[in-house]
Design a protein around this ligand. Sequence first.
Ligand code: GUN
Ligand code: ZN
Length: 436
Amino acid sequence: MHCADTSAIRGRFLDIQQTVSQPEEIAPQIRYIEDGLLLCKAGKIVWFGAWADVDPTLIDGLAIAHYPDQLITPGFIDTHIHFPQTEMMGAYGEQLLSWLNNYTFPTEIKFKDKAYADQIADFFVNELIKNGTTTALVFCTVHPESVDALFEVAARKNMRLIAGKVMMDRHAPEALCDTAESSYTESKQLIEKWHEKGRALYAITPRFVPTSTDEQLSLAGKLKQEFPTVYVHTHLSENKDEIAWVKSLFPNHAGYLDVYHQYGLTGQRSVFAHCIHLEDDEWQCMHDTDSAIAFCPTSNLFLGSGLFSLRKAWQKGVKVGLGTDVGGGTSFSQLQTLSEAYKVQQLQGDKLSAFEAFYHATLGGAKSLDLDDRLGNFSVGKEADFIVIDVNATPIQQLRQSHAKTIEDSLFALFTLGDDRNIVATYIDGQKVYSA
Ligand code: GUN
Ligand code: ZN
């Protein structure tokens, strides 16, 4: 009676039922089902609840994947990452601007070669999946081939991925520059080719203000007007030298964010990576335009960029997702990223609770990408992207977990000590795409 596209998963489930506007509201929304069942059909969740409440006819004849000792959660969402920088993670000794010139630009030049882009795109998507990341917002390079390479791999996995071609027409090597006109035309072609095709979504991707002329930013804004459902993805206020440079390039603007804002690049589907050094009027603009921040702690520490305050973002009512920012970031793992996120708050005298951390990696990330109606928890009707986690993946984790008395403490230990070794299986679109 069931089609082959129906899958049934039994185990311990954890998710967050509703999005929130304050961190204290998260704990009451935590849904923990010690023995539950998830039914998926055609990539969507069709039933979710306690095993004791399952009507036997619902699972008649179905093979059930049972994970009695594991924790099943929604897939992690990475709201900022660069696939072409995979090979240059851990590049020594520089802050942002010299890091870009010395390491990043020479690496990105290689992605003109489609075969090379295919090879790294494949490696990259596998790395996401083995780390439990089922959706990501991704920078490609200036080359349209790099976008094709990534979306082709994602399509083979039915993965919900948002990506776009970098727009960059100055202050970079010539081999990496487009022109205002070509960036517009190529981005438009890529939107028509990929946006809302299967699970792919397109992001207009100016690299950051210093590498675009005003003409290019203006055409980026025109594209957003022509295709209002596409995303805008860029960097903002990461590094003090970068901010000073923007101010010298655009002296007639109120500040860094004002440049994007005046060109129509803020909004509900705009995601700005970093936002470490925002001024008060910029926080206000982020809030008023419902723009989102990608908080990338491993990158912010590695590049010495600064400490992002989650408390401030909650206070200002600005959406935040978690980003790895590979290759400025040092790990593909959202678990390791959360561990660093906690330490970044500690250095500012603030706390990041386990439940808040879990929110940023799942439902809160979905909200920051304006996808909380489709992703982020186990609500019926949502897309079936989820992961199976072993909280006891190493001897030290077993020892620590044996002393955890609550699910909150167990989760906190997972975030602090965990990495890709904890991911037992990854399901995308209802299908198992990875198993350890
Ligand atoms: N700002 C402009 N380009 C980049 C990049 O590739 N990585 C980071 N972290 N910041 C940027
Ligand atoms: Zn970045």
